[in-house]
Design a binder for this molecule. Structure first.
Ligand code: SF4
Ligand code: SF4
Length: 384
């Protein structure tokens, strides 16, 4: 293929990607050698927690050409996902509701992005077949990836010019913030490269570090996965360490705090993609309603949603913690007590924690009420 044909193809790929609903695409090579020491240090420190697959693939994560031999370029794509009615504050501030990370309110993004990337690959393949007719050259193998392979998608996206990796370790784009999904298409074509953004633009800001409820951003650009609520509620299969439970508030699946506080998300656009529209049962859901779901209700309501991946056991564990962090109402206490007998051991332990936490809160509330009554009786100001 000639240089001019490759330039034209790169141009057309960007048009096709837009037609397929991607908000941006960039082209980069497969060299992430600069990232390897950082990845190794993160793994050595154990910040991946029980995400063994991260360590298992070792440095292959930084070497896409080992993942798919013959790969010369990575097409890095991003797709906005923020729903029009995100309702962040209204959900986070109401402890009777469950907060679900905004990316998980609609259809499973893995399916949506992989399907579109496959369509993009097919269009490239058709163009290459036409251009390479009668020659010995071939496009070779190509493959889409969406969180499905050991690949360092954020540094690749940064190299491809989609933004920079912020201090919260997510990709930031100066005109779109960070509420978008990333995906990659690996191809064996020497397409012209896009330039990375000239410099990261976090500057002196440390808002994400300060806001993180569990102190998971232990240094700029370093997230200790074991402290992160997204890891604790989604990836972690075992008990949630007690020290983090009160800090989780009503977050039952993931956490968006470090993105919410980020000034660059002033520029985040809502997505018109119907697949990412919130499902009514998952948008601002009362915790007690979710607690009432049987396993078959859970499977029905989360069909085609990323939430289904965590399974009913982790879902109940997370809900128990959120209920323990909410108001100590008789309905909540009764619902927790009723579930205790049939709960499997890990969930039961979280229910017991929730009941003990609510009982302590009730005692504190009673103490405050008694003090208030005494103050009123003595005619003292209530802060005396
Ligand atoms: S997702 Fe939440 S817990 Fe994790 S680093 Fe961001 S603010 Fe912290
Ligand atoms: S909150 Fe500030 S430091 Fe954190 S990612 Fe955004 S701009 Fe960077």
């Amino acid at each position: 293929m000639t240089a001019a044909e490759l330039v034209q193809l790169a141009h057309d790929i960007k048009l096709w990607a837009r037609e397929l609903g991607f908000d941006q695409v960039g082209i980069t090579d497969t060299d992430l050698a600069l990232e390897e020491p950082r990845l190794q240090a993160w793994l050595d420190a154990g910040h991946h927690g029980t995400m063994d697959y991260m360590a298992r693939h070792g440095m292959m994560r930084a070497r896409p050409h080992e993942l798919l031999p013959g790969t010369l370029r990575v097409l890095s794509v991003r797709m906005n996902y923020l729903p029009f009615e995100a309702g962040f504050a209204a959900t986070l501030r109401d402890p009777t509701l469950g907060y679900i990370s905004r990316y998980a309110l609609g259809r499973d993004y893995h399916k949506v992005l992989r399907n579109r990337l496959k369509q993009l690959g097919e269009r490239i393949e058709r163009r290459c077949e036409a251009l390479l007719q009668g020659s010995q050259e071939t496009l070779g193998e190509w493959r889409p990836f969406v969180d499905s392979a050991p690949i360092l998608e954020r540094p690749l996206a940064a190299k491809a010019g989609l933004g920079w990796v912020g201090k919260h370790s997510l990709l930031l784009n100066e005109s779109a913030g960070s509420f978008f999904f990333l995906g990659e298409l690996l191809v064996g074509l020497p397409l012209p490269l896009d330039a990375p953004v000239e410099k990261e633009q976090c500057g002196k800001c440390v808002a994400c570090i300060n806001i993180c409820p569990t102190g998971a951003i232990i240094a700029p650009y370093v997230v200790d996965g074991r402290r992160c609520i997204s890891y604790l509620t989604i990836e972690n299969d075992g008990p949630i360490p007690e020290e983090f439970r009160p800090l989780m508030g009503n977050r039952i699946y993931g956490c968006d705090d470090c993105q919410l506080i980020c000034p660059w998300n002033r520029y985040a656009d809502a997505s018109p993609e119907p697949d990412f529209s919130p499902r009514p049962t998952l948008h601002r859901p009362p915790l007690l309603d979710l607690w009432g779901w049987s396993e078959s209700d859970f499977l029905k309501h989360t069909e085609g949603s990323p939430i289904r991946r965590i399974g009913y056991r982790r879902w109940r564990r997370n809900l128990a913690v959120a209920l323990g962090n909410g108001p100590a109402s008789p309905q909540v206490i009764e619902a927790l007590q009723q579930a205790l007998g049939e709960a499997e051991p890990m969930v039961a332990e979280h229910i017991e924690w929730a009941l003990a936490t609510l009982a302590n809160r009730q005692q504190e509330d009673h103490k405050k009420t008694r003090l208030l009554i005494r103050c009123i009786e003595k005619g003292l100001p209530d802060h005396a």
